[in-house]
Design a protein around this ligand. Sequence first.
Ligand code: NDP
Length: 452
Amino acid sequence: MAGYDFDLLVIGAGSGGVRAARMSAAQGIKVGIIEDRYWGGTCVNVGCVPKKLYSYAAHFAEDFADAAGYGWSISKPEFSWPTLRDNRAAEILRLNGVYNRLLEGSGVQRIEGRGKILSAHTVQVGDKTWSSERLLIATGSWPFIPDFPGAEFCITSNEIFDLPEFPKRFLVYGGGYIAVEFASIFNGLGAETTLVYRGDKVLRGFDEEARSFAQDEIKGHGISLLLGCEILRIDRHLNALAVTLSDGRTLEVDAVLSATGRRGNVTDLGLENVGIKTNKNGEITVDTNFCTTIPSIYALGDVTGGPQLTPVALAEAMTLVHNLYSEEENRVMDYANIPTAVFCHPNIGTVGLSEEKAREVYKSIRVYSTRFKPMRNTLSGNEGRCLMKLVVDDASDKVVGCHVVGADAGELVQGIGIAVKAGLTKADFDATIGIHPTSAEELVTLRTLTRR
Ligand code: NDP
């Protein structure tokens, strides 16, 4: 590191940045990490973690309703937003402390402030300039809000967790992960919830059958879905926001969440000072070794425009650190068969190809699909149903896709993800003994071909 302050200087202490910093420091090299806002990044502070806590909170509504059929009488449960909000804040503070201790314990130097790249080896933070043999940009992504009159009245996932008051009438704009998750959360917590989406079916890109099924279930939970619809303007009235929609309606609500995608967080990062190449959304272009167009500067995670998922950023960080600091042969990050879950109610868990994609990739496929009422929903009278689906390449018999819509689908599909990643066949699934009585056993007892 001749003459440099660090061997590796990471900009951004989110999932990918922290993992890269800690793992490199463990190799004995000198590492610094710069962060100006959230130690632990989006995931810990305003993303996956607090979202899951709120999702748990929202699930209680259904649990209370289900309990009666099982013999419990519960006086009308009441929900306190300040209690949930403040307990969540305390838990996140605890996690911030854990992150900081992990970094310090691994010998990484923490630098607070906004980092701006000045040259291929230097970053300015406040009035100090730090130098490093290598720089790693791991600044993540930032919510994008479309441009329309009154867009400034929208909140994003950055603000939603800390709303001073619970929005009794809640509108979500968008049809992706964040939109359906927060629609389910606020609906479960008792808000009158509307989801406005420009497309005709939420969750574009997911398996069509799973999307349709999930959409019907979401509707069944009481969320009002306005599809093929856009927000034209938002006006502030005395005690409400008036949202004018492209279908001619105006809705009065207490809060509007814009969940319309996230873009690479490159604002004021100084990319222009070194001429790093970016794509049309401003995300940083990298090669298979996460190197930008400047040989000493690397980038990974959301800021590179890949799958915006914490476990992907973590895996990228591990790959990069291995390639930079280990004697072993370089690894190439494998983006195939990334399992993912959407924590709407019910959850969606998915790994591998959608039926539609599999039809493009393989000459012939087999689809096994079943819908049923989970046993838990019998005595409760809960109308919720569950979908389980396997997509199989006919020639090799390999299971190339698994899609589940139902309670804890994410937990279930994590295990199936191993089987799909390992290239196991439908015969392997069939040879596996089920765990009875579970919903998941359907996945090893699916014998009737639904379609080819
Ligand atoms: P998504 O990309 O998932 O969804 C964005 C939505 O906004 C889409 O429905 C899109 O419509 C719509 N949209 C985009 N631009 C406009 C516009 N100009 N006007 C109106 N609507 C628009 O992004 P999210 O914000 O939901 O989440 C960001 C990412 O974060 C996700 O992609 C995911 O990778 C990650 N995430 C993961 C979670 C998990 O793992 N459980 C949870 C939350 C987020 P269209 O479909 O027509 O393009």
